[in-house]
Design a protein around this ligand. Structure first.
Ligand SMILES: [Zn+2]
Length: 270
């Protein structure tokens, strides 16, 4: 089963908009392994879901300049509470394991039990969801490399205004947090992000979140793969009931489309 839905873009486009955390979907079987009540689970989903980031990415794809290449979309169709595709699969490498927020979460955002520790269905969840997802992303990146000679992964997230329990509450929480990697994020790409989102007040690099997603087979080994993470603070486009404001969401899609257009041109010239 693949839970990573690919929406094809232009064959000549190296750009992939990756949306890992937008879904609230949890199957009955997986739900049965979670400890919170239904009400508690809704609260957890409100805090941990990057609500409507799929709509922001879809809007950006629709706005990209015709002829310069529509990006490819890769969207996780289930909640990060099932598995988090962006974590490292092994215990030793993943620092968020300490907070119970590795590939299979065992703690909620507020440090309450989400699953028994260790979670008895971990292997099943990794085999059923995590590894097939990673394979789909890996194939998509390989495919873009073969077709265009480059791949540019733009990871589209959002994050809550107030810090969750596992976060350092002293870190700045700008309107846009840009996650970068020393190997995969060239200064030019960071500059393109800053320019595309110039309309937002505060922008900062690697605070409160750091890094960006690259499939493990290419991670820090293939410089043809560029990557950057976009973390939008949610109060900019979500109402207090967690529903998106269409006008604000549309403005963010346009900014992201500007970035995609620049990356498409840059990737083609790679
Ligand atoms: Zn996220």
């Amino acid at each position: 089963m693949t839970i990573c839905r690919i929406q094809p873009g232009d064959p000549a486009s190296p750009v992939i908009l990756h949306v890992p955390h937008a879904s609230r979907e949890i199957s009955d079987t997986v739900r049965a392994g979670l400890l919170p009540s239904d009400a508690e689970l809704e609260t957890e989903l409100d805090e941990s879901t990057d609500t409507a980031t799929d709509l922001i990415a879809q809007g950006a794809a629709d706005y990209t300049t015709a002829g310069r290449g529509r990006p490819w979309l890769a969207i996780n169709e289930v909640s990060r509470l099932v598995i988090d595709p962006e974590r490292f699969p092994s215990d030793d490498e993943e620092p968020m394991n300490a907070a119970g927020r590795g590939a299979v979460y065992t703690r909620t955002c507020n440090d309450a039990p989400l699953r028994p520790e260790p979670a008895p269905d971990t292997q099943h969840l990794m085999d059923t969801y995590f590894h097939p997802y990673a394979a789909t992303m890996s194939e998509l990146v390989d495919d873009r490399l073969a077709a265009t000679g480059a791949a540019v992964i733009i990871d589209v997230h959002s994050y809550p205004h107030r810090p969750s329990a596992f976060e350092d509450p002293t870190r700045p929480r700008p309107a846009l947090c840009i996650g970068t990697d020393d190997f995969h994020t060239r200064d030019r790409l960071t500059a393109q992000v800053l320019a595309a989102f110039a309309g937002l007040d505060e922008k900062a690099v690697n605070t409160p979140y750091a890094g960006c997603y690259v499939p493990l087979g290419r991670y820090r080994s293939d410089s043809r793969v560029s990557a950057v993470m976009i973390e939008l603070r949610r109060d900019q486009y979500l109402n207090t009931d967690h529903t998106p404001d269409p006008t604000k969401l549309d403005a963010l899609s346009r900014m992201l489309a500007t970035l995609v257009d620049q990356c498409t041109a840059a990737g083609a010239a790679h």
